[in-house]
Write a new protein. Structure first.
Length: 398
């Protein structure tokens, strides 16, 4: 029998989706599941975006420019300017989701065997994309005890070698919900300049910042990082358009963007209808963002209040995005998550969570943690945390 590639064998399963077969079986058996495992917003997609597709007026669904429609890139540049990020449309390549932006970035700045330093835990697909690009992820661990704030810069510095090409962060963070401060980002800026490496920032949750006085700060606001900063972005969460698969790669480094464009040309173009929807979504009123953020803040507070009632767990308080990391008094959260789907229910209902070990690359790290996505309405979140508490109590008595 022909062999599977070593790269394919090394590709990790998604911690977010690997338990789906158990969930499907649970539903087939009549259980209702509260999905806390995946960051799929239930907020409605802006009507203006849906209407733009309905009324598109196209006679032929043709290829777009490989970098994306110029009109979309120009609107994106205007959007960034509102956030004190000043780029030209030529500094932007529209991609098939933020995922492709990360793949283009890794392909443009790394060679096989190169290394990228990432604060851990991190978005699980960073590990998948690095495996695909034959790049080594070097983790610098952050801890739940300080809400996953930036690890000491000395920890980053001691991992930098001649193979190090970049530091990659997610701000605000998935899965942690941590929002990096301006001071922390300046520390990373100084480090990137000192060692002449790239600083990559995944900023798809830019708007989702909750606490009074907190503000998202982009690495593209650092003028000194002009040649070193690369931002990954997406419409998926911002406009509740995950299925559109439209993201972008942004950098003022002309060589980087020229190189990334070759990857963009190789896949021809991003999807046409999704670009139409995304361009229209950029015209939403500022009140849209305000209302959505207010709703997610309410959901965050509802979740945290519910979790704090559960004995012997440790909860990280998220400052942004819509994820929360929780440490449970168990040894293996994956077994617990599977057990909730297979064997537990309360009044015919159960919950699905994401085991957190898949957000770490360090051996055995995060095995007693879960990630919760608070994308349900407050009523469902209250019920979900109630079920989680009952499930944990029953599991510990086994």
């Amino acid at each position: 029998m022909p062999k599977i590639s070593s790269k394919g064998t090394a590709m990790p399963h998604s911690p977010i989706r690997k338990l789906v077969p158990y969930a499907e079986k649970a539903v087939a058996n009549g259980k209702k599941i509260y999905h806390l495992n995946i960051g799929q917003p239930d907020i409605e997609t802006p009507k203006i975006a849906l209407d733009a597709v309905k009324n598109h007026g196209l006679n032929t669904v043709a290829y777009s420019h490989s970098g994306g429609n110029q009109s979309l890139r120009e609107k994106l540049a205007l959007y960034y300017a509102k956030h004190n990020i000043h780029v030209d449309y030529e500094d932007i390549i529209v991609t098939t989701g933020g995922s492709e932006a990360l793949i283009f970035t890794m392909g443009s700045i790394t060679d096989p065997g190169d290394e990228i330093i990432v604060p851990e835990p991190f978005y699980a697909n960073y590990y998948s994309f690095s495996t695909q690009s034959t790049v080594t992820v070097v983790p610098v661990i952050s801890t739940i005890d300080d809400d996953f704030s930036l690890p000491p810069i000395a920890e980053f510095e001691k991992h930098i070698t001649h193979k190090t090409k970049a530091i990659l962060i997610c701000n605000p963070g998935n899965p942690t919900g941590y929002l990096y401060t301006k001071e922390e980002l300046k520390q990373l800026t100084d480090l990137a300049l000192k060692y002449d490496i790239f600083l990559i920032s995944d900023e798809v949750y830019r708007e989702f910042v909750y606490d009074s006085g907190s503000k998202h700060y982009s690495i593209l606001e650092e003028e000194s990082l002009k040649e070193h900063a690369i931002v990954v972005d997406s419409v998926s969460k911002r406009y509740s358009m995950c299925g559109a698969r439209i993201g972008c790669m942004v950098s003022k480094n002309k060589r980087v963007m020229e190189t990334a464009m070759k990857f963009a040309q190789a896949r021809l173009s991003p999807p046409s209808f999704a670009q139409i929807a995304s361009e229209a979504a950029l015209d939403v009123e500022e009140t849209y963002y305000e209302e959505v953020v207010a709703e997610y803040k309410l959901r965050r507070d509802t979740l945290i209040n519910g979790l704090k009632k559960i004995p012997n767990i440790k909860v990280s308080i998220p400052k942004g995005a819509f994820y929360c990391m929780v440490e449970l008094p168990i040894e293996n959260s994956e077994k617990f998550a599977q057990w909730m789907l297979e064997e537990f229910s309360d009044q015919g209902e159960t919950v699905m969570v994401a085991p957190a070990a898949g957000f770490y690359s360090s051996l055995n790290a995060g095995k007693n943690q879960i990630r919760i996505a608070y994308v349900l309405n407050t009523k469902d979140l209250k019920r979900a945390t109630e079920i989680l508490a009952l499930a944990l109590e029953a599991y510990l008595k086994r």
